[in-house]
Design a protein. Structure first.
Lengths: 253, 52
């Protein structure tokens, strides 16, 4: 049986899972976009602008979900010292930055016609901007530290410290007065969105999640290959050094 | 929908998302291809299998 925590087994597993996940993503995205544009009605107040929701909300959910995945990986790095946890964490950070960027830009493009402004420094928007900066910081940290083990441990500590921002983002609309609307899907008393809009939103959210799973598996596979390349390069370099060392004269006694 | 006064905002939102997602896919695929090529070159030079 294949063990995904073993890098060689992971590569074999990824070979079959990545194409399957990509196909599921494409089908779900096609269904989600069709429902979002041709089935879901325009909002009685926002008009057609509500269609930005089908991008903005899944991107926002993923921005937080990816960070939660990274927090789990950070535990794996610090507690179990597992190299696959390092790879999962490193692979997720740029994807988290990408989805958070989509969330911020689509939010701004939705905010201008609805709120009359591109940006306000309220709790929800600011905490998501902080999340984006944390993602960029983690990507930079991995780039500047050459030793992958040291980079993984530092990134894991940084990730765990930054995890405090996730509940702040989630509860920001409850704790403070914000321009951003409160939760309308996951709330006590059930969703406040009409089913004709809720279903396309949920399908787009699942599609985005599968997109992340596909890209994350691809990026972890790249990390496994990068480590293999680094190890083989070091072995090749040490092997080519050996004959040279043998002709170096011994120091005078 | 094209006649909506805010069509430009909707179009821009989807265009930005499509661009970012496409960039993430392309960068990941390009990285994979270059790593594979580097591993193949190394294994050809050293005679050691890249699957080791």
């Amino acid at each position: 049986m294949l063990n995904p925590a073993n890098p060689s087994d992971f590569l074999r597993l990824a070979k079959g899972v990545i194409p399957a996940a990509a196909i599921v993503t494409a089908i779900l995205l096609a269904i989600g976009l069709y429902l979002a544009f041709f089935v879901a009605p325009a909002d009685y107040q926002q008009g057609q602008t509500v269609r930005i929701m089908y991008l903005h909300v899944p991107a926002a959910w993923l921005a937080m979900f990816i960070y939660t995945v990274m927090t789990g990986s950070a535990f794996g790095t610090l507690v179990f010292r597992h190299p696959m946890a390092d790879a999962a964490q490193k692979a997720a950070a740029p994807l988290g930055a990408g989805f958070t960027f989509i969330c911020l830009v689509t939010g701004s493009l939705w905010g201008k016609p609805m709120w009359g402004t591109w940006w306000v420094w309220d709790a929800r928007l600011t905490s998501v901007l902080v999340l984006f900066l944390i993602y960029l910081g983690l990507v930079a940290l991995w780039q500047v530290i050459e030793d992958p083990g040291k980079a993984a441990r530092l990134a894991a500590v940084f990730t765990l410290v930054g995890a405090i921002n996730i509940p702040i983002i989630h509860f920001s609309v409850v704790w403070w007065n914000t321009l951003h609307q409160p939760a309308s899907v996951f709330r006590i008393g059930g969703p406040s969105i009409a089913p004709s809009m809720l279903w396309p939103l949920l399908i787009m959210a699942v599609a985005f999640t599968f997109l992340f799973i596909t890209l994350h598996l691809m990026a972890i596979r790249n990390e496994v290959l990068r480590r293999r390349l680094r190890r083989l390069s070091m072995l090749a370099a040490s092997a080519s050094d050996r004959p040279v060392a043998s002709v170096v004269p011994e120091p005078a006694r | 929908m094209n006649s909506d006064p805010y069509f430009g905002f909707i179009f821009a939102a989807y265009a930005v998302a499509a661009t970012v997602i496409t960039a993430m896919i392309v960068v990941t695929l390009f990285d994979y291809r270059s790593l594979r090529q580097a591993l193949d070159r190394l294994s050809a030079r050293t005679g050691r299998s890249a699957e080791d």
